[in-house]
Design a protein around this ligand. Sequence first.
Ligand code: ATP
Length: 272
Amino acid sequence: PSAMREVMVQAPTVGWEDLGGLDEAISSLKEGVELPLKNPRAFESLGIRPAKGFLLYGPPGTGKTLLAKAVAKEAEANFISIKSSDLLSKWYGESEQQIAKMFARARAVAPCVIFIDEIDSLVPARGSSANEPQVTARVVNTILAEMDGMEEMSSIVVIGATNRPTLVDPALLRPGRFDELVYVGAPDQAGREHILKIHTSAMPLADDVDLSAVAGEAERFTGADLEDVVRRAGLNAIRRTQGSPEKVTKADFEEALKDSRPTVTPKMEEEY
Ligand code: ATP
């Protein structure tokens, strides 16, 4: 029963305009990923190498996956995505083969962004048999060997993501590996407003709806939390009108906010 899977190549459809409140992360990725993939000469002419690997870190639901897809689209690159836990096969040699297959596929469809989610799970968990230490060490070493082997001016960029940056194997963070760290945090007021605007773009809103006021009531909400508020407001409108809603009202949003809690706690924010 092999867990080897096909490597799926995607051409992402989300772009910068689908992201709210991540201006700093976006400009890091524009400069660090989009520019070298689109214009490698700019780096060559200065004799410097672009970063090979980026680590996006921050609370869950803040848009890390979305950012990786968007930078691939904007750089006109393909996108290959894998969860680290899917790489941890107990079948001897299979994890290595899967990684080799993924990098080979990326080279074949370059320019390409490889997105590795949950990269913190590539650390041998002490006292737990879930991640067998030998398997995780082999997976990390194989990824490092692939990244070390990538040419300086490569048309492949690796983007890792984690909610728990302190757990990431330090070997992954050395220069020439994941050497750019990008924080992806919960949005501020303007960011929340922008995200609400994006997620209500196809929703008929009543005149009394003030998205800036909704954003003001949604402190520490992540992008995913805000998307959920919009969805709940829509459901409230359906319920209120017994299935024939015309517009979503201020009251529908207030009700939705009452039923929602932010994912990010103040304590959590301090930890990053
Ligand atoms: P995790 O750490 O749990 O994998 P993540 O940071 O990768 O989460 P995403 O999967 O990118 O989060 O976000 C989940 C969904 O939440 C997105 O598909 C999107 O609809 C919404 N979302 C999150 N952040 C944003 C944002 N900054 N702008 C717009 N939508 C967002």
